[in-house]
Design a protein around this ligand. Structure first.
Ligand code: BGC
Length: 414
């Protein structure tokens, strides 16, 4: 830690020479407010302070970041953008096109980001060739988490097909256990939906549907089957699911009230923060089917006045891509480092599985951006899909109607 801090200070002295005497300041807008998330962001606050920075926290609670994005828009419209914002995927490009992002290429070049980040991740961080965001991690979305004791007490293995999942759910229901811990919020419905869709459509089908927005795939018999499975999923959640936060759903798995949760590996951050051990207290497996849905958290810096804020942006950008931060933050967050040169020997078996699967799916062409977590599509299109998914989940709409509505919604959003 100590030597890293010294290294960071000298790096900053180099890149921030034009703001040499300014004291780094950063007002940071983020939505990391759950137990595991708060521990993770504290790592950054500590490193920022250890390097002479003053951090002004602007947390906006709300899983998936919808509330944070609303707050961001209000701040930018009033001409008072935060210094740094947790932002990702195509939303970075959307803000860039509005002309409000700062260029952090000097930090990126001084720290060789091109050499230490996979090209697929670097691509999301660049706007017309300049660096406009700094990545902190790779979250995987297509995970099933389970309570180990509940499964063994009921003679259930981690499911590797959706049929096995359905059979396990029926068995659990008969035993009076909630099969699926879920929070009825649109982004959580979308999270389950994209995992089911990847499993049923396969990697190519997922890409056609949620990256290319191909009408034939959106209206295919396989997409009808995806909604059929979603209808079954609706039957596996308890009666109080509406509006529940994702981390409270994770707590239901922890305390054995529910058996499974389908959620990105920020859920692992909750298990770890609660002192639970993977393989003992909880189990992780990818959701049935091939592929890997990635979700890369990153920070974008907004155009702000003042050398102290610019120095804060440079410091923050350098720290978040730094090796030490990428290790410690991700140990807490449940994700894996975005950098390729961080040793994983302190990471657990779920993280190792994530890393192995990410490399294999990258080679096999099934490494895919999460639509539900803003990596695949712009806001208008991803919002249109999620509206249909939620409307279907919360009504008795038929799968055929949902598929038609999906195609119409996409057509209207383009
Ligand atoms: C973010 C995670 C966050 C999760 C729950 C995801 O979209 O990428 O960092 O923990 O939402 O808020």
């Amino acid at each position: 830690m100590k030597s890293y801090v010294l290294g960071a200070v000298s790096g900053i002295a180099l890149i921030a020479s034009n703001v040499a005497h300014a004291e780094p300041q950063a007002e940071v807008l983020h939505y990391w407010t759950s137990g595991g998330e708060a521990k993770s962001v504290a790592v950054l606050q500590e490193e920022f302070a250890a390097n002479g920075g003053t951090w002004t926290d602007m947390p906006v609670a709300g899983g998936g970041g919808d509330a944070a994005m609303t707050a961001l828009r209000a701040r930018v419209l009033s001409g008072n953008a935060p210094t740094a914002v947790q932002l990702k995927g195509p939303a970075i490009q959307e803000w860039y096109e509005e002309g409000v992002l700062a260029d952090i290429s000097a930090v990126a070049e001084a720290n060789n980001w091109d050499a230490v980040l996979p090209a697929s991740i670097a691509g999301h961080m660049k706007c017309e060739g300049t660096w406009c965001a700094a990545p902190v991690n790779v979250h995987r979305v297509d995970w099933i988490w389970a309570n180990a004791d509940v499964l063994s007490a009921n003679g259930i293995e981690m499911p590797s097909t959706w049929d096995e999942f359905n059979a396990a759910a029926a068995k659990l229901q008969a035993a009076g256990i909630i099969p699926l811990a879920h929070g009825g919020q649109a982004w959580q419905d979308a999270t389950v939906f994209e995992a089911v869709a990847l499993g049923i459509l396969g990697a190519d089908g997922y890409r056609k549907a949620f990256v290319e927005l191909d009408t034939d795939t959106l209206t295919s018999a396989e997409m009808v089957a995806v909604f059929d499975q979603m209808r079954l999923m609706r039957g596996y959640v308890d009666g109080n699911f509406s509006g529940r936060d994702w981390n409270l759903a994770t707590a239901m798995v922890m305390n054995g009230e529910a058996a499974f949760q389908i959620m990105g590996d920020w859920a692992k951050g909750e298990f770890i923060a609660a002192g639970k051990a993977p393989g003992e207290d909880f189990l992780c497996a990818s959701t049935p089917g091939e592929g890997f849905l990635y979700n890369v958290d990153s920070f974008a810096m907004f155009d702000v006045d003042g050398d102290d804020k610019k120095a804060g942006q440079a410091l923050l950008a350098e720290l978040v891509v730094g090796q030490n931060f990428q290790k410690v933050f991700n140990l807490n967050k449940g994700s894996i480092p975005a950098r390729t040169d961080v040793a994983l020997d302190e990471f657990d078996s779920c993280a190792i599985l994530s890393s192995d699967d990410m490399n294999a799916s990258s080679e096999g062409g099934s490494l895919l951006p999460s639509y539900a977590h803003g990596m695949a599509l712009r806001g208008a299109q991803s919002g249109a899909i999620t509206d249909v998914v939620t409307a279907h989940f919360n009504s008795d709409m038929s799968s055929a109607d949902a598929v038609q509505m999906l195609a119409d919604a996409i057509a209207n959003s383009l």
